[in-house]
Unconditional design. Sequence first.
Lengths: 247, 397
Amino acid sequence: MIKTINLSKTFQDKKRGEIRAVDNVNLECQPGKIFGLLGLNGAGKTTLMRLLSTVLKPTSGTAKINGFDILSEPEKVRSNIGFLSSDTALYPRLTAQETVTYFARLNGLDEDLIQKRTDELFRIFNMESFRDRRVDKLSSGMKQKVSLARTIIHNPKILILDEPTLGLDVITSRNIIQFIRKAKEEDKCVLFSTHIMYEAEKLCDEIAVIHQGKILAVGTLEKLRDTVKLKNLDEIFVKLVGEEHEF
Amino acid sequence: MNSKKVKIIYLKEMKDMLRDRRTLVSMILIPILLFPVLMFGMSSLMIKMTKQAAKRVNPIVVIGGDNAPALFSQLKVDKSFEIVQENDYQTALKDKKITAALEFSTDFEEKIDTGDSAQVKIYYDAAEIRSEMASGKLDNIFKAFQDSVVTERLKVKKVDRSLLHPVEVQKENLAPKEKMGGFFLAMFLPYMIMIMALTGAMYPAIDLTAGEKERGTMETLLVSPASRGEITSGKFLTVFTASLITSIVSTGSMVITAGSSFTRFEEMGKGAVFSVNPLSILILFLLMIPYCCLASSILLSLSLFAKSYKEAQSYLSPLLIVIILPAMVSFLPGFELSAKLAFIPVINTSLVLKEVLLGTYHWGFIGLIFLSTAFYATIAVFITRRLFEKEQVLFRT
């Protein structure tokens, strides 16, 4: 599971001064649940997820991932998560197979297990036909499949997915949604960020609305509806972040 | 740090690098082709030009040729001169119609006969190579003529020629022929190899840092369980390998080219025989190791700071100049290695490589330069490692 404790991150900007990208965030995501992080562009979703993946260090506070502290055990944290975002691209000159094998090795899997896992994943994602094709020769849908295989090759208990459907066509987006559902069935803890309301509505067991680095509300969709007294998630969201963002 | 993970990263980066055409061109193709093209091209061109210049017929104007009939007829039959008629020799020289003009004094023959000093003037244009060369040739003709006149006069007076040469100077070049051959190499090789080691590693360094940022693969790697130290080490070793491969290929290409252009050297270098002591090559590679380390980590640090390929290139171009200038000391005559210079990076390696290629092994200096460069390289590697840990560098916006 994921548990953040007063997690904060500030950046110094020459023009704007101090920016509190993540401001005192306390969240808890359970195994077998999909936790949605809903926010506008620049709300702090990516920074929060980068903190959890230990790529960035928090200014204050901390988080535990599967019991490991992001500050004191970053490598253990990284081997327990599968991280996917629009910023995690693939090496264009490696083949699909080489890509997945590379990350499997970095995760410490032995060669027999790598063989078994890659065979399994290539079958599940229907990737056999382009197994030995270089990534730069693949379509965006194929690339996304390789990325997914790369993310879960080490069978992580926790998945952190930062806007995984961003810029993808309908079919590829559907594949991702299916993938997230399947992960839930496998009792994985999924933290998933998006700014697409219906995606969150369809998928998430719990939703947190993040705005200017702060968590404005958190809970099940029903709980949010009760709190704000509105039915649709987009109306709830607008109400929470404030009318000033409406045109 | 887990050496197994470093190895995984290194092997992947090497595979990736060897599939990059740009890297292959700068790491292998250019070093292989550059030297043969440069050396064969330059030496052939020089020899061809010298031969052409020697064959070339020089049009000259002779004023008062009848005053020196012997010399005049000699000039007429000389194939390198063509005697032409021009009224105004100064304008003709300026218009490059002639290469020189000669003027014999009216009493030339008379003065020679009476044992006096006769006068001949050579007009030429020192700013024109052809004119300068023609005047040199004329000089030689007059010297030979003068010599024959002196011999004749001494014979008449029954004086031995040795009276004119109380001291006979004999010069003998004791430099072994290998050294003469090595001399050419010792001048060029340190300079070239040090630049090649840098340019060969440049593309891999950019590709592995700024290139990864630009393509978005850096974050994929950062979220893997590999630590920053392991990532830095794997990438550093890859760039270092590229640098070393370029050095080896460059040296090989240069030594083979120099060896095979043997006859060319013979023509250019007064009997120089080309040969390099294997020990010199061994020491050269040994000294290139810390240098390549230093170059690789500087390249990595600078390009890691950049956000894109283009930005990295603009950082690295000035670096090339910073290296080229001190590396050029191997060209400068009289620039000798000293204890102080042994501590200045690049200059020290360039100078000691020159000495080593000439067959002089100052073991103290070799050791000192190896250690001092290794020391700088360690600092540079440490800085690279620190930069990889900085969020401001990795996620610079």
